[in-house]
Design a protein around this ligand. Structure first.
Ligand code: CA
Ligand code: CA
Length: 416
């Protein structure tokens, strides 16, 4: 039987389609449509009988695999192994090219996007898509859903990773998810917003600066080596043992630590005695001294027992700038029938003095604080809780002698 292959094929396959080399997907489709005895004839015609025999020997239970593999091998070893060669072979064997047409005719060139391979199934063209591409035409790329955030540019691949993001300046991360605000650059709960490639901080109360880093502590409000801390709303000064007040602006000696280097009052090394650091009652003497500290657990006192009459113990202040609105306050205790004198001097000028028994209570009184022993052992003189404090205006506002408190007007030695 003589067949005009040219006219037969021209009815089914265009010259353009015939000249194409079948893809693996198309070969798979073709081998599935081809019954085994037809395939055997075809491979004989293609002079691949030995290959057919070896492959069917290796895949005796899966003839579909064998059919596909032998055609793949044919495409690999033959030049010009296009649809035309297959069509001619089928025509020569008097086999209809109908199913070959099913493979190719409905697969227009460029039908499948993104390098997808077209094949025919159940009479309809389908696309076999590369990894990561979906949709009936492979038109949905790995970039199609919101793969790159923050206006990143998505570039897709056919191998892993399926896409990469080119991020705008200031952004980073696989999906450009890292923004200029990701490192939380705005301190103290400042609000971070993104402007172009950088961030802008909107600062909460009491903070300023491009990162809200300037706080009330930045101006060092805590005096006398106090430690400043800021909680986002307000600052707090933690004062050392030698100061007190909201800004540690008041000097203080509470005598809780003996020879406390932070205390503004220190033992005079050149007088007759030293003040004794003590808690609870003074020594074993009765009829003199306090029962306990006025503040805290410790106080200083002049132990009168076995001291000479009129001998002195002094506390001397460090050099202090005294403002016009500062007062010295302290608690004093002078109880006993032999009580001597307690003097307060600023420089060499006597500012305050008490002599004799002042009762059994603590009393609030320069800054030399000098205790002079009276004539007898019942002359323990004690002090506690000495402070140099600021008052609102002038000396007139210093708290004077309320209850057990004594105050001493200080003469300004410094003009602000
Ligand atoms: Ca001394
Ligand atoms: Ca004390």
């Amino acid at each position: 039987m003589v067949i005009d292959s040219g006219s037969l094929l021209s009815n089914r396959l265009s010259d353009d389609a015939l000249s194409q080399i079948p893809s693996d997907i198309e070969l798979l489709r073709f081998s599935t449509n081809c019954v085994s005895n037809q395939m055997h004839e075809l491979v004989s015609y293609l002079e691949m009988s030995k290959k057919w025999d070896s492959i069917t020997h290796n895949y005796p239970n899966d003839i579909e695999v064998a059919k596909y593999l032998v055609l793949s091998k044919w495409k690999e070893i033959k030049d010009q192994s296009n649809f035309k060669a297959l069509a001619e072979a089928l025509t020569k064997m008097d086999i209809s090219t109908h199913f070959l047409c099913q493979v190719n005719t409905q697969c227009d060139k460029n039908r499948c996007e993104n390098s997808g391979t077209c094949y025919v199934k159940d009479g309809s063209p389908r696309c076999a898509c590369p990894n990561g591409f979906t949709d009936t035409l492979c038109s949905t790329t790995p970039c199609s859903d919101t793969a790159c955030l923050n206006n990143g540019t998505c570039m897709y691949n056919t191998t892993s990773p399926m896409y990469t993001c080119q991020c705008p300046t200031g952004f980073s991360g696989a999906s450009c998810e890292v923004t200029p605000c990701s490192s939380f650059p705005c301190l103290y709960n400042g609000t971070c917003s993104i402007t172009d490639s950088t961030y802008t901080c909107s600062c909460k109360s009491d903070t300023t600066g491009n990162q809200c880093q300037t706080t009330p502590c930045s101006s060092s409000p805590c005096q006398n080596n106090g430690m400043c801390s800021f909680n986002g709303t307000s600052y707090e000064c933690k004062c050392n043992s030698g100061s007190s007040g909201p800004n540690c602006e008041d000097l203080r000696c509470d005598f809780e630590i003996d020879d406390d280097p932070n205390c503004f009052l220190q033992q005079d090394k050149f007088d007759d005695n030293d003040w004794s650091h003590h808690s609870v009652r003074t020594t074993s003497s009765v009829g003199t001294g306090p029962c306990s500290a006025y503040q805290g657990s410790f106080y200083y006192y002049l132990e009168a027992t076995s001291k000479k009459d009129g001998s002195k113990a002094r506390l001397i202040s460090k050099n202090i700038y005294i403002e016009s609105n500062q007062c010295l306050t302290f608690q004093y205790h002078m109880y006993g029938k032999n009580i001597g004198t307690l003097n307060v001097n600023q420089m060499s000028s006597l500012q305050w003095t008490r002599s004799g028994d002042q009762g059994i209570c603590w009393r609030l009184a320069q800054i030399t604080i000098e205790a002079v022993r009276g004539s007898g052992f019942q002359s323990d003189i004690s002090i506690d809780d000495a402070k140099i404090i600021f008052v609102n205006n002038m000396w007139d506002n210093c708290p004077i002698g309320l209850n057990n408190v004594s105050t001493v007007k200080l003469l300004a030695n410094h003009s602000a």
